[in-house]
Design a protein around this ligand. Structure first.
Ligand SMILES: Cc1ncc(COP(=O)(O)O)c(C=O)c1O
Length: 365
């Protein structure tokens, strides 16, 4: 859709990346690290200074076990590389991995490359999770359940009750949990991000994946980290050593310095996204689109069934070509998209004038 947006010079609200820059002081810190000659390989697990600040942060947010920078945190070149390493490390040929559709597009191929079998359940249209179905599909081949919170594309936040439901279902099993938490610092309307590492019944068999690309508004920097108990971290690092070995050094040094000197930075991320979501949603309220609830991340789902009967891919292409606004058809995130579901995903992490121009166009429909 980004390519189509470029071809038709459409406003690109499709791919999930901010239109604005990271904090200028962070960019300066990266420059300074480069100029100071910090341009060679980092240790495999990542710069100690960054792992330390991340461990301190997570411990202050509350975790079910004390996070140790050496034993539990691995810095990776983006969450995608982290997710890939986790799947290769934990999934053996024939293992089943449960995904809740709509799901981020890198999960299923990474599972298949590890010889695993993705088992895809669908989140209900009202945003609730299919826990009864989950109970039915779990068997002795099930190795891992993947949760994504806040959720791309639906913007849902997996709350404590849902974590407890999942923990109860997995109670007498050895099934592990992979929690993709790349949007952890974008929670809206006072919602709370709950990490899998806060859930005592799950944390010892769980992996959380985070992304500085999202947290710093710098998706092109490709930097993230994986937090897991020691035994799982050891396995994940065995894969990661030969996937990339290390993430880039100047950005790690800068990330450590920036976080150390801005102890409350993460809170500001939700504030920025709340303002963006409120602007985008308020301007769309006068349109014929129906807005689904958005609790986190930077995506607004809209139902366009009052406007068109086209399938979502066709409608997204039509909007890009004729109206000049690009979105993502939500069916792209499913193995079996629900029949008749007419949903588009718009990324609202854009400058205000982009949001104003695009909503003005969308209100013409
Ligand atoms: C749910 C989810 N997981 C992972 C990623 C990838 O993050 P990164 O850019 O750090 O690889 C994204 C990026 O859009 C995402 O939406």
């Amino acid at each position: 859709m980004s390519a189509l947006a470029a071809k038709y010079k459409a406003i690109n609200l499709s791919q999930g990346f901010p239109e604005f820059n990271p904090d200028p002081s962070l960019v300066e810190m990266v420059n300074r690290a480069m100029q100071n000659g910090l341009n060679q390989y980092s240790p495999m697990a990542g710069q100690q200074s960054l792992r330390q600040v991340l461990a301190d942060r997570q411990n202050s947010w509350g975790r079910a076990f004390a996070i140790d920078p050496d034993k539990h945190i691995t810095i990776v070149p983006g969450a995608t590389a982290g997710l890939f390493s986790v799947f290769q490390a934990l999934v053996m040929p024939g293992d089943a991995v449960i995904l809740f559709d709509p799901s981020y597009d890198s999960y299923a191929p990474s599972i298949v490359l590890a010889g695993g079998v993705p088992v895809r359940l669908s989140i209900n249209p009202d945003g609730t999770y299919p826990f009864e179905e989950l109970k039915q599909v779990i068997n002795n081949k099930t190795k891992l359940v993947v949760v994504n919170t806040p959720h791309n594309p639906l913007g849902l936040v997996f709350d404590r009750t849902q974590w407890n439901n999942l923990a109860n279902i997995l109670l007498d099993t050895r099934i592990m949990v992979l929690s993709d938490e790349v949007y952890e610092h974008m929670v809206l309307d006072g919602a709370e991000h709950v990490s899998v590492l806060q859930i005592p019944e799950l944390a010892h068999r769980a992996v959380a994946v985070s992304s500085f690309g999202k947290t710093f508004h710098a998706t092109g920097w490709k930097l993230g980290y994986v937090t897991a108990p020691e035994d799982l971290t050891q396995e994940i690092r065995k894969v990661y050593q030969f996937l990339a070995f290390a993430a880039n050094t100047p950005m790690q040094i800068a990330a450590a310095e920036f976080l150390s000197t801005n102890p409350h930075y993460e809170k500001s991320v939700s504030t920025v996204m709340q303002q963006k979501r409120d602007l985008f949603a308020s301007k769309l309220r006068g349109s014929r689109f129906q807005l689904l609830p958005c609790e986190g991340a930077y995506f607004q789902i809209v139902d366009y069934s009052r406007i068109s009967e086209l399938a979502d891919l066709d409608f997204a292409v039509h909007l890009t070509e004729t109206l000049g606004v690009a979105s993502i058809p939500v069916s792209a995130f499913y193995q079996n998209p629900p029949k008749g579901q007419r949903w588009l995903r718009f990324c609202f992490a854009k400058n205000d004038d982009t949001l104003l121009k695009s909503t003005e166009l969308l209100c013409q429909l």
